[in-house]
Design a protein around this ligand. Structure first.
Ligand SMILES: Cc1cc2nc3c(=O)[nH]c(=O)nc-3n(C[C@H](O)[C@H](O)[C@H](O)COP(=O)(O)OP(=O)(O)OC[C@H]3O[C@@H](n4cnc5c(N)ncnc54)[C@H](O)[C@@H]3O)c2cc1C
Length: 439
């Protein structure tokens, strides 16, 4: 089996979580995955499933075993009639969306990064934007998982609703998810457009923006009081000339400009305000028609650190007003625009969107800036407005705080204990989250 047993340094994408794992396994069959889980269990070790390492929080930290499904990929079967596919869960979203397009299918919505693995993305309820769409885990119609005792379990919402609601977002704490069945839709094209406005107008028109566009998201430039609204809407128009290239260039250029503002703001704080205004003035409405598979994701050139909270959507304007006040008062010299996305309510136990329509506020910062003070103030404001943290982003919350945020949190902890009594799938971060001690 492709498995290495010598110390191996692992770092997450942001370069903020490092660990030395003694065994990094990349199984290629289900039996090898089972064998790896059983070996770690028998040797009294712990094991963390790892995806593409895009999480900012130390979910994947381990000093013993990493199990990656990077060699366990691809679509295994297609149910044409019901537009469902079984996918090996190490598949990246990029490969998945391209393979779906070859079958005339697409995901109804997706996160903005297609380097994520399917298992990693659903394990933290990763999401795109669009009031009518849930996070990626809500597209899951079945999954298979290798449990702590080495057995393979198939979990479906219709036959095992409770277990399914727990496993569809489970932080790699219940077992190794090997296969995911996804509900797809007919392939489609989207027209992307951007427009700029003021923060006040964006907050006033919030419901309209959510209703009038299939996928609307906001980029707010603190200090400059300005917002860029990016929208995606279904179209039958022909694809724009060189549409994927134009799409990439547009996003990349925007991202480069955001990074430049961040660098300038670090050196001369007042430039953040001036650049923010300039950028939003320049950003008049324009459009580009792209295939669904190319519409959601874009490349990042600068590495960053991020936190994100999902708020009840009706509390967004008050939360943004509070953030605006505190950012100005404390003069944090905010480097990156703050992003707001919309996610439909679901019933998954650890989903930040469980039981309510959400507005997700994402706050990025450069890792080499003193962002800790900024993040802790922002987290406090967003939590006060009913926010629940994104599991893949940094957050300061204790087990007791998390219990009050998630209505089924205690149920998840009890199920986790039942499925994995020895804590094979725990690490120090997860032990703290679930209120366990590591022996
Ligand atoms: C540049 C960038 C852009 C991002 N954009 C978005 C976005 O648009 N929307 C959003 O919501 N989030 C976004 N994120 C956060 C990201 O989606 C999540 O952190 C996601 O979980 C990362 O997926 P991954 O494949 O890298 O998984 P990892 O970070 O490697 O792992 C995440 C979790 O999944 C578990 N896991 C992985 N594989 C398995 C498996 N086979 N079985 C069981 N558990 C498993 C791990 O144990 C861990 O708990 C972004 C992050 C970055 C760095």
């Amino acid at each position: 089996m492709p498995s290495r047993r010598h110390p191996d340094t692992w770092t997450n994408w942001a370069g903020t979580v490092h660990c030395e794992v003694t065994n990094h396994a990349q199984p290629v069959t289900i039996e090898q995955i089972q064998a790896e889980v059983l070996r770690a269990a028998e040797e009294g070790e712990r094991l963390r499933p790892v995806g593409a390492g895009r999480s900012f929080s130390p979910l994947c930290w381990s000093d013993e075993n990493h199990l990656s499904l990077a060699k366990f990929t691809g679509i295994e079967s297609t149910d044409v009639q019901n537009q469902r596919v079984w996918v090996r869960s190490g598949t990246t979203l990029r490969r998945l969306t391209h393979s779906l397009a070859n079958r005339g299918l697409a995901l109804e919505n997706a996160p903005d990064n297609d380097r994520l693995t399917l298992s990693g993305a659903i394990s933290t309820a990763s999401h795109g934007s669009g009031a009518a769409f849930g996070n990626l885990s809500t597209l899951v119609t079945g999954l298979r998982m290798v449990c702590a005792d080495g057995t393979v379990r198939e979990v479906r919402p219709d036959t095992d609703a409770e277990l399914f609601s727990a496993t569809a977002v489970s932080l790699g704490a219940l077992g190794v998810i090997t296969h995911v069945e996804l509900q797809c839709v007919d392939d489609y094209k989207l027209v992307s457009s951007t427009a700029s406005t003021t923060l006040g107008v964006a907050m006033e028109r919030l419901n309209e923006l959510r209703r009038d566009h299939r996928n609307a998201e906001l980029f707010w430039f603190p200090y400059a009081n300005s917002v860029i609204v990016r929208a995606l809407d279904v179209t039958r128009d022909p694809k724009s000339w060189l549409s994927p290239v134009r799409h990439t260039l547009t996003h990349s250029l925007e991202r480069r400009i955001y990074s430049s503002i961040a660098i300038a703001a670090r050196r001369a704080p007042r430039t953040a305000e001036r650049f923010g205004r300039m950028l939003t003035r320049r950003n008049a409405t324009r459009s580009n028609v792209v295939d669904a598979r190319d519409a959601y994701a874009f490349r990042r050139f600068a590495r960053f650190q991020a936190l994100e909270y999902a708020l009840p959507v009706e509390r967004l304007p008050a939360a943004i007003e509070a953030l605006d006040k505190i950012i100005r008062a404390l003069d944090f010299r905010v480097h990156f625009p703050i992003e707001v996305r919309f996610v439909k309510s679901d019933a998954l136990w650890l989903s930040p969107h469980t039981g309510r329509e959400s507005a997700c506020v994402a706050v990025p910062a450069y890792p080499d800036t003193p962002f800790e003070g900024y993040f802790s103030v922002v987290a406090e404001v967003l939590e006060r407005h009913g926010g629940r943290p994104h599991w893949g982003m940094v957050h300061p919350h204790t087990h007791d705080e998390l219990r009050t945020m998630y209505p089924r949190f205690d149920d998840f902890c009890a199920l986790r204990r039942e499925l994995d009594p020895r804590g094979l799938f725990l690490n120090p971060h997860l032990a703290a989250v679930f209120g366990e001690s590591l022996r």
